[in-house]
Design a protein around this ligand. Structure first.
Ligand SMILES: Cc1ncc(C[n+]2csc(CCOP(=O)(O)OP(=O)(O)O)c2C)c(N)n1
Ligand SMILES: [Mg+2]
Length: 557
C-alpha cells in the first residue's frame, strides 16, 4: 500500500509545476510508486542514483522547471551526491525527496541510517522533515519556491513516513504554483550603470547561467546592440544568446577562441550578467584582474566573490538588461565611437568565423564537430562533458548554438560521467527533440548504466564519443610535466561501439571525413526511432583544444 504521505507528495509536486521524478525503487513503495500513478508526473527509472541526479539536472536545465529526485536513506542518497554536487554548481532547481529510518532506530545503528542532512547539507539551500501528509502542501511549496528563486538550486524533503496523529496546525497551500519572482534595482543604480556603459571605450558583455531564464538572452542581445559591445558567454550561459547574432563571440576565458580573445584583453568595462565569474571564465584572460565590472545578478551572494565588482545591480537579468537598454537608446553612446567599435567587432567576428575552424583534417574532433553542425536540428539539445578532447565543443564557432537550441553543460565541478547521464533527463522529458551528447571514452565508462537506461526507455540520444583509450586530460597534464602517461591508459579499452549495440543501440566508427558525415547523419536518423546511436571517433593525444593549449602549454608550463 502506498502511504498517504507519498500520494500527497506526488500531488503537491505536480501542482507546484514539477514534471518528472527520477530514481530507482528501494525497499518501500514511496514517491516513485505514487508518481507512477499520477497523470501529470513522468517517472523516469534509472539504475543508479548518480545517474538519476545528473538526469534530474539535465531535465531541469532544459525544462526550466524543478526536477524531482527520489532517493532513500542510506547508500541511495549518498550515491546521488556527486550528481547533486554538479547540479548545485549548475544552479538548477531540484527537489530531493528522501526517507528517514524509523524514529525508534535513530542513533541505535538502524538499517541504512545516515546523517543525510549533514552529508547533503552544503549542497542544499534548504531542507526540512516531513512527518505527515498534512505537512506536505506547505513543505513542497516552500521547497519549490526556494529551489526556483534567487540563485536556483537544491532543496530536500526528508520524509518520516510513520503513522501518527494528523497535525492539524499546518498551513495548507493557498498561494498557487511557485514561480520565479523578479525585481529591478533602484533607478539611480541603473542610471549610474547606463552612464558607465555609455562612456566606455571598449565594453564587453558577459552572459552567465542566469541569462538562461525567461527571455534574458534576447534582452542581453538588445542591450549589447544599444551599447555596441561584443557578447561572450560562460559555459552555463551558452544557449541564452543566439551565436549567429553579429555581436556574439562565443565563450570567455579558457574557452575563448582567438581572435575573439583580443576583445577580452582590450576590454575597459565588463558588464557581467548572471554569472559568478567562475575560474574557467577568468582563466586565460589577463585583463580580467583589472577591468572595472558592472555586475548584474538576482542573488546578492554572487557579488564580490571571485573579484570585487565596481557597481552591483541586484535584479532579474532580463529586466535589468531591458532597463539598461532603454536608457542607452534614450541617450546613445557617441555615434562616431560606436561606429568604430561596431566595425572592429564585425571585422574580428569575420576573422573568428573564417580562421577558427582552420584546416580540420589534422583534428578528428574538429572534423566531427564541423560535420555535426550540418545535422543538428534547429531545436537540438546539446549535452556536454568536460574531458580533454570534447572541450573543443566549447569553442565557438566549431559548435554554433542557434536560437531554439539548448545546451546542458556541467557547472564548475565538471564531474566526469555527467553528460550521458544528463542526456537521459533531457531526452526523457522532451522526446521530440534531438539530443546529442559529446563525451570522452572515460566519461562513457562511468555511464554504462545510463546507456542501459537509454535502452530501457527507448531514448533516441546521439552519443559522440571521442576515444583516446583513457583519461586524456590527466594524460595531457602529465605530458606537460614530463611525467609518465601510462597511468592514464586503459589496458582494456572500453568497447563503446559493441556496448551501445548490446544495449539495443546503433553504432559506427567512422575514419574519414565522408564516413564521419555519413555516420552522424545516420545516427540522427536512428535516434529519431527511439534507439540510442553512438558514433566513436578515434582521437590522437595531440588533438588538444585551443584554449587548453593556449593556457596550459604556454610559458610557465
Ligand atoms: C568524477 C571525476 N573524476 C575525475 C575527474 C578529473 N578528470 C577530468 S577529465 C578526466 C578524464 C576524462 O576522460 P575522457 O572522458 O576519456 O576524456 P579525455 O580527457 O580522455 O578526452 C578526468 C579523470 C573529474 N572531472 N571528475
Ligand atoms: Mg578519453
Amino acid at each position: 500500500m502506498i502511504e498517504p504521505v507519498w500520494t500527497a507528495l506526488a500531488a503537491a509536486l505536480a501542482s507546484a509545476g514539477c514534471q518528472a521524478v527520477f530514481g530507482l525503487p528501494s525497499d518501500d513503495p514511496g514517491l516513485l510508486d505514487a508518481a507512477d500513478r499520477h497523470d501529470l508526473l513522468r517517472t523516469v527509472l534509472v539504475r543508479d542514483q548518480r545517474v538519476a541526479a545528473c538526469a534530474a539536472a539535465g531535465h531541469a536545465a532544459v525544462s526550466r522547471s524543478p526536477a524531482v529526485l527520489a532517493v532513500t536513506s542510506g547508500p541511495s542518497v549518498v550515491n546521488a551526491l556527486t550528481g547533486l554536487l554538479e547540479a548545485a554548481s549548475m544552479a538548477v532547481p531540484i527537489v530531493v525527496v528522501t526517507t528517514r529510518i524509523g524514529s525508534r532506530e535513530i542513533g541505535r545503528g538502524g538499517f541504512q541510517e545516515v546523517d543525510q542532512e549533514a552529508m547533503a547539507g552544503p549542497l542544499l539551500k534548504w531542507h526540512t522533515l516531513v512527518e505527515g501528509a498534512e505537512q506536505v502542501p506547505w513543505a513542497v511549496r516552500r521547497a519549490v519556491h526556494l529551489a526556483l528563486n534567487g540563485r536556483p538550486g537544491l532543496t530536500m524533503l526528508v520524509v518520516a513516513a510513520e503513522r501518527r496523529e494528523p497535525d492539524t496546525d499546518h498551513p495548507q497551500d493557498a498561494g498557487g504554483r511557485p514561480r520565479r519572482l523578479r525585481s529591478v534595482p533602484e533607478p539611480a543604480d541603473l542610471d549610474h550603470a547606463a552612464g558607465l556603459l555609455r562612456r566606455a571605450q571598449a565594453p564587453v558583455v558577459l552572459a552567465g547561467g542566469g541569462t538562461r531564464w525567461g527571455d534574458a538572452g534576447r534582452a542581453v542581445e538588445r542591450l549589447a546592440e544599444a551599447v555596441v559591445a561584443p557578447i561572450f558567454t560562460t559555459g552555463s550561459g551558452r544557449g541564452s544568446v543566439d551565436e549567429t547574432h553579429p555581436l556574439t563571440m562565443g565563450l570567455a576565458g579558457l574557452y575563448a577562441t582567438p581572435p575573439a580573445t583580443e576583445l577580452l584583453e582590450g576590454c575597459d568595462l565588463l558588464l557581467a550578467v548572471g554569472t559568478r565569474l567562475e575560474e574557467t571564465v577568468r582563466t586565460g584572460w589577463e585583463a580580467f584582474a583589472r577591468v572595472p565590472i558592472v555586475h548584474v545578478d538576482q542573488d546578492h551572494a554572487a557579488f564580490d566573490t571571485a573579484r570585487t565588482s565596481d557597481h552591483r545591480l541586484l535584479g532579474d537579468a532580463e529586466l535589468v538588461c531591458a532597463e539598461l537598454a532603454a536608457r542607452l537608446r534614450d541617450r546613445p553612446p557617441d555615434p562616431a565611437r560606436a561606429r568604430e567599435r561596431g566595425e572592429r567587432i564585425g571585422a574580428l567576428r569575420g576573422r573568428l568565423l573564417t580562421e577558427a575552424a582552420g584546416d580540420v583534417t589534422g583534428s578528428p574532433v574538429r572534423r566531427a564537430l564541423a560535420c555535426l553542425g550540418d545535422v543538428l536540428d534547429d531545436d537540438a539539445i546539446i549535452v556536454q562533458e568536460n574531458g580533454l578532447h570534447d572541450m573543443w565543443s566549447y569553442h565557438f564557432p566549431l559548435l554554433t548554438v542557434r536560437r531554439g537550441m539548448s545546451v546542458v553543460t556541467p557547472g564548475e565541478q565538471t564531474m566526469m560521467g555527467f553528460g550521458v547521464a544528463a542526456s537521459v533527463g533531457a531526452a526523457s522529458c522532451v522526446p521530440h527533440r534531438q539530443v546529442v551528447v559529446l563525451a570522452g571514452d572515460g566519461a562513457v565508462s562511468l555511464s554504462m548504466n545510463a546507456l542501459a537506461t537509454m535502452g530501457d526507455l527507448r531514448l533516441g540520444v546521439v552519443i559522440v564519443v571521442f576515444d583516446n583509450q583513457g583519461f586524456g586530460w590527466p594524460r595531457h597534464l602529465r605530458r606537460l610535466d614530463g611525467a609518465p602517461a601510462h597511468l592514464t591508459r586503459f589496458r582494456a579499452p572500453l568497447p563503446v561501439a559493441e556496448l551501445a549495440r548490446a544495449f539495443g543501440g546503433w553504432s559506427a566508427t567512422p575514419a574519414t571525413e565522408a564516413e564521419t558525415k555519413e555516420a552522424l547523419r545516420t545516427a540522427c536518423e536512428v535516434a529519431k526511432t527511439g534507439q540510442p546511436a553512438l558514433v566513436r571517433i578515434a582521437v590522437p593525444d595531440d588533438d588538444v583544444p585551443a584554449g587548453v593549449d593556449r593556457v596550459f602549454s604556454g610559458p610557465g608550463h
